[in-house]
Design a protein around this ligand. Structure first.
Ligand code: DC
Length: 235
């Protein structure tokens, strides 16, 4: 059942859907992917998976074990051997709950560093495909519509101005040790976006068949409604 958000954010189910879709949501940091993907998944009764959390968990483990983040084979071996679970409630790696620990500026850098490594990406992309094999999933990331699920039923690319994205990140309660000044956040964010967009392995870009949604100045409800319109058209 698809639920549409109303004025208060919740409205009754409206659409029965037999086929479980695969929904890819990509975009830069702070574009609203997490909030929107969670709401869409909840409305459809689908699983929500934050693929970035997997890169963060691998970065966390590599740092903890003293594995240099530029040693591709070593980091890929670590990723391949690790059990990583990403649920709506928590992120664990080898049974350790890292839900909060991976949301720091240090882990932003560690995740971006391991995400540059093609062999690490190969390991995690495979895991992501396994998780999404049966459909009924909303997966967010940077390469979900381009690499992980190129045949996704719905591809959304969320974007917003750098200023708005920095503002959102600065007020994100899930993040610890983050500079509170929006200008500092903007500097870090711009640098990370540059790394994500210019890396050789699976750089961030909108798939040709993605629907680009600019979330600047829009409420969560507005964006969710826009995305659900796209989803409904596929049902
Ligand atoms: O979405 P996030 O900020 O938690 O992602 C952490 C890092 O991982 C970021 O540098 C982008 C990268 N990433 C990626 O390369 N591919 C994905 N599918 C998801 C995240």
């Amino acid at each position: 059942m698809l639920q549409l958000p109303g004025r208060a954010g919740k409205v009754p189910p409206v659409l029965p859907c037999m086929r479980k879709l695969t929904i890819a949501i990509d975009g830069p940091s702070g574009a609203g992917k997490g909030t929107v993907a969670r709401a869409i998944a909840a409305g459809l009764g689908y699983r929500h998976v934050d693929s970035g959390a997997m890169y963060r968990a691998v970065g966390w483990k590599a740092l903890g074990e003293g594995v240099p983040l530029d040693q591709e084979d070593a980091v890929a071996a670590l990723a391949g051997a690790a059990r990583i679970d990403v649920t709506a409630a928590a992120v664990t790696i080898d049974g350790v709950d890292v839900t909060r620990a991976i949301r720091t500026p240090e882990m932003d850098r560690a995740a971006a560093a391991v995400a540059r490594l093609p062999k690490v990406r190969a390991v995690l992309v495979e895991r992501q495909r396994q998780v999404g094999a049966d459909g009924g999933i909303v997966m967010e990331g940077r390469d979900i519509g381009t690499v992980v699920f190129p045949y996704a039923d719905v591809k959304i690319y969320l974007d917003a101005t750098p200023e708005e994205r920095a503002r959102r990140r600065a007020s994100d309660p899930s993040r610890s040790g983050v500079p509170s000044a929006v200008s500092d956040v903007a500097t870090l964010l711009t640098e990370r976006d540059r790394l994500d967009r210019t890396r050789a392995a699976s750089p961030l870009y909108a798939a040709d068949d993605a629907v680009v949604v600019d979330t600047t100045g829009k409420s969560v409800d507005e964006v969710v409604r826009e995305v659900l319109d796209v989803v409904r058209a596929k049902m």
